[in-house]
Design a protein around this ligand. Structure first.
Ligand code: SF4
Length: 438
């Protein structure tokens, strides 16, 4: 194996995907070439996730398998589990380099290579080799100060650290110049962004005001930092896609308190109300030839948090019935080491967690179908991001609704923004065809 090749195996969230793009650029600067087959690469980087036990368990199967098939391989473990003592003990020598992502600037010396000059202390300012040539994440910060009682992220990534706004704007400008059609500002907690006198509402406006034709998104927000000023700005940013992901995690105030979320159901519902008022000013109208859908709201929920009674779970069901979410990522609680919740007693049984998960999914599907029916016979813009096995294009609306387009014409390609007329809808998807008036 003479050629230096690498494979990055990504587990987890958008932040890990974004980090991997920076790792890829750094490796290619050191002369490594991408290798699609993880078992053939001379260097394997695994970006780990500590959110759920199932994500952690994946590395215990993967790493020995990679080493068995390729004994010469060098393995770097990064991401949320790279500083976790128990994981280190369990994997021992099978990992060559444990690299917390904030040490990415140190990669050349970790690999015994010469640095290519220019020492960048903040890894977020390192260049990225973007996965896509039409949609990109721009990391605006790393870490979290919130210490939700179930979450491992603050332990793994450390306290919040935000990137200089000039670096962020320069990266955005560069992407727009290259023709990127979708830009997503990401951090664990985007809306607590602060750098010098620039806060998140200001950063959002500065990005929105950049010249060019692009869709703007951000993720993920914490309800406690969703200020009136930000909600007002969101309503005024014409490039901002009308999809807001606002993790609730639970509907019951007592459970929210034990989760250390710092808001109540009442406060959360007020926010949803304000967001809808701010972003729905033109909903239902035809704007620049397209139907303007109502803002889509999605959330994250944990069912079966320690001590969650049936009555408390009903509050989460009530929340779903009130908000009528467009999407929800529902997780059955699993304890993470070193978190406050891992020490809590009164655990909910696995069967009960599963039942609550299924019930919420049913409620979600019911209301989502109601939301999706509003799209019938409407013409919307769809950014194509993949194709299915039948050659049909799959894409997303500005409200992040998945659309399957019954058109296999070769001239349309991934990365195109198409005018699509929605012809039928299901609980979790829209089906359309290219607008004949196009
Ligand atoms: S806000 Fe809470 S759930 Fe989100 S990363 Fe921070 S501690 Fe974890």
């Amino acid at each position: 194996m003479n050629k230096k090749t690498y494979n990055i195996f990504i587990i987890g969230c958008q932040m890990n995907k974004s980090d991997s793009e920076r790792i890829a650029f750094s490796l290619e600067s050191l002369g490594y070439f991408p290798e699609e087959d993880i078992y053939k690469a001379s260097l394997v980087v695994i970006t780990t996730c500590g959110v759920r036990q199932s994500a952690e368990d994946r590395i215990y199967g993967l790493i020995p398998a990679v080493r068995r098939k390729n004994p010469e391989v060098k393995i770097i473990l990064t991401g949320c589990l790279s500083a976790e003592k128990l994981v280190k003990e369990r994997l021992g020598d099978s990992v060559d380099i444990w690299m917390p992502i904030v040490e990415l600037d140190n990669l050349p010396s970790l690999l015994g290579e010469d640095s290519l000059g220019g020492h960048e202390r903040d890894y977020l300012n390192l260049k990225a080799r973007y996965e896509s040539d039409f949609s990109a994440f721009i990391p605006i910060g790393n870490g979290c100060d919130n210490f939700c009682s179930y979450c491992y992220v603050p332990h793994a990534r450390g306290r919040e650290k935000y990137r200089d706004h000039k670096e962020i704007i320069n990266e955005a400008k560069d992407l727009i110049k290259k023709g990127y059609k979708e830009i997503t500002l990401i951090a664990q907690n985007v809306n607590s962004y602060k750098s010098a006198d620039i806060d998140f509402p200001k950063l959002l406006k500065m990005t929105n005001d950049l010249p060019g034709d692009f869709w703007l998104r951000f993720s993920t927000s914490h309800p406690k930092d969703m200020s009136d000023e930000l909600i007002k700005e969101m309503g005024e940013c014409e490039k901002l896609c009308h999809h807001v992901h606002l993790p609730a995690q639970a509907g019951d105030d007592e459970v929210l308190k034990r989760m250390n979320r710092k808001y109540t159901q009442g406060h959360y519902l007020e926010l949803i109300d304000k967001i809808r008022k701010s972003l729905n000013k033109q909903a239902g109208e035809i704007v620049s030839g397209f139907w303007m859908p109502p803002v889509a709201i999605s959330t994250d929920i944990i069912v079966g948090f320690p001590g969650e009674t049936e009555k408390q779970f009903r509050e989460t069901v009530k929340l779903f019935e009130t908000v009528k979410y467009d999407m929800a990522y529902i997780a059955q609680y699993s304890p993470r080491p070193n978190t406050a919740a891992a020490k809590m007693s009164d655990l909910v049984s696995e069967d009960e967690k599963k039942r609550r998960d299924e019930e919420l999914n049913d409620v979600l599907g019911r209301y989502n179908l109601e939301n999706n029916k509003k799209y019938l016979n409407r013409v919307v813009e769809v950014l194509v991001d993949s194709k299915n096995s039948r050659g049909e294009m799959i894409g997303k609306t500005k409200t992040s609704k998945t659309v399957i387009i019954s058109d296999t014409t070769k001239s349309r390609k991934i990365g195109d923004i198409l005018e699509v007329k929605i012809k039928s809808v299901k609980n979790f998807g829209l089906y359309g065809e290219i607008n004949k008036d196009e």
